[in-house]
Design a protein around this ligand. Structure first.
Ligand SMILES: Cc1cc2nc3c(=O)[nH]c(=O)nc-3n(C[C@H](O)[C@H](O)[C@H](O)COP(=O)(O)OP(=O)(O)OC[C@H]3O[C@@H](n4cnc5c(N)ncnc54)[C@H](O)[C@@H]3O)c2cc1C
Length: 415
């Protein structure tokens, strides 16, 4: 099969939506399906040119080949989990309000605001909740400080970048930044390699670390479990009120808060999209700059918000340090050992998930092609872990089985 149908039929789709934008025939639309986003092909328009499949990181992504060609400044180093990197930092925005209401330390949003206000970029692809339905996420091109602030914090819901390629190509200016999770960043890289016009419009890809995404069912479940009527919501945030923070849900006559560790961690394996189990990129290895949390002492005591950051080329390193010198953000260098020790999911993705890939291959399924790193053995532990994860996912995907979730939650360790 020459088109994205291959990805859909083999459950390899990440829902990133990039295929919609690369299709010259407008034959692809992105729809919701099984709790996440999926492409749909109009066979009367498709000419099987294969562009969509070439841009699809869900089917094939040689991380090493791409990072070798992208990040080659003098002084570039390599780590098996982080990939290529120039420098790692911890830090936060010096604007306390922004820092408190952002996902981690607000560095992503603060850096974008500074870039925009200092005429370094024309806009940024980011995501915000829909005003009329604050449980739905909307991706758009932010061109003002206010829009960037609206987009802050993590969205634990499917996010698609469909329509963003065309929007960027048609937009005035040629200095756009895209913010996304690893699978989105990978597909943007592939699309930029195929489409030189797109390449000239984007000057940076900012990645988020990602242990896994969540299906639409996650939001529905957490609200239902707390007797919150989705239709009455006027504000929702998965990560508000400080470091890690928690769920904030507000309506006309109610206001709810619960710590991240209490509401989110116990459900992590239940509402994970199936494709995330085959993902091996935790740190957004193909991003120019990657942003995440830092889960290790002495940062665990922080109450406002702290980031860790990985910079992969000199251009962005110099800019980030310029913003620090202006007093807009705080940055401290850290070494990769501390960063990796703070991110247990990084090891899980490169080790456990790579074994899941090998298991799927052994079972005769088509798997994501990761090139050189495509080698891990399958043992009994892998099989047990995979079956356990798939059962949990199955329960999360079928509302009739949601009555079992409290039993599963008890067995989930809160870390
Ligand atoms: C699904 C998911 C899983 C994550 N897993 C981890 C993890 O395991 N470990 C870790 O350290 N960090 C993880 N992160 C990253 C972390 O939650 C913060 O997003 C990151 O530290 C940046 O914080 P900040 O305060 O700088 O960002 P903010 O200033 O709050 O800005 C966040 C930016 O990310 C964009 N964004 C938010 N959610 C999404 C999304 N789903 N897709 C695309 N863009 C989005 C927003 O529009 C905004 O531009 C995850 C994020 C997501 C979305």
């Amino acid at each position: 099969m020459m088109n994205i149908g291959y990805t859909i039929n083999n459950n390899l789709c990440t829902g990133c939506g990039i295929c919609e934008g690369v299709c010259n025939k407008h034959a692809i639309s992105i729809v919701t399906c099984s709790g996440t986003f999926r492409p749909q092909i109009d066979s009367t328009k498709c000419n099987d040119c294969g562009l969509c499949l070439r841009a699809c990181a869900g089917a094939e992504m040689n991380l090493k080949e791409y990072s070798d060609s992208l990040f080659c400044d003098a002084g570039i180093k390599y780590d098996q989990y982080i990939g290529k990197y120039h420098q790692c930092y911890t830090g936060y925005s010096n604007d306390n309000d922004l820092r408190y209401h952002a996902a981690s330390g607000g560095l992503t949003t603060q850096f974008l605001i500074w870039l925009l206000e200092n005429d370094k970029i024309d806009g940024a692809v980011v995501t915000r909740f829909k005003k009329d339905a604050p449980y739905m996420v909307n991706t758009f091109v932010a061109k003002s400080k206010e829009e960037l602030i609206e987009s802050r914090s993590s969205k634990y819901a499917p996010v698609t970048h469909a329509k963003m390629l065309r929007l960027i190509k048609e937009a005035p200016g040629s200095r756009y930044v895209v913010v996304g999770v690893p699978c989105q960043i990978q597909s943007w890289r592939k699309a930029m390699k195929i489409d030189k016009d797109l390449c000239t419009k984007i000057i940076g890809l900012f990645g988020l670390y990602c242990s896994s995404s969540r299906t639409f069912n996650f939001t529905e479940y957490i609200l239902k479990e707390r007797n919150i009527d989705m239709k009455k919501l006027s504000y929702l945030s998965y990560r508000d009120n400080g470091c890690l923070g928690g769920l904030v849900a507000k309506g006309e006559d109610f206001s709810f808060y619960q710590d991240y560790q209490l509401y989110c961690h116990p459900l992590r394996s239940i509402f994970v999209p199936r494709r995330c189990l085959l993902c091996v990129d935790h740190y957004s290895e193909l991003a120019d700059v990657s942003f995440g949390d830092i889960h290790i002492e002495p940062y665990l005591d922080d109450k406002v918000g702290v980031n860790s950051v990985i910079v992969r080329n000199k251009y962005w390193k110099d800019l980030l340090e310029e913003v620090m010198k202006k007093g807009v953000i705080t940055l401290d260098e850290i070494n990769v050992e501390i960063l990796n020790a703070s991110q247990k999911s990084a090891k899980m993705k490169k080790d456990r998930n790579m074994r899941f890939v090998a298991l799927n291959k052994a079972l005769g399924y088509n798997i994501p092609q990761y090139g050189e790193i495509d080698k891990k053995g399958v043992d009994l532990k892998t099989i047990v872990q995979y079956v356990h994860n798939r059962i949990q996912q199955f329960i999360g995907s079928k509302r009739i089985f949601w009555f079992l979730i409290p039993l599963l939650k008890k067995k989930t360790k809160v870390v």
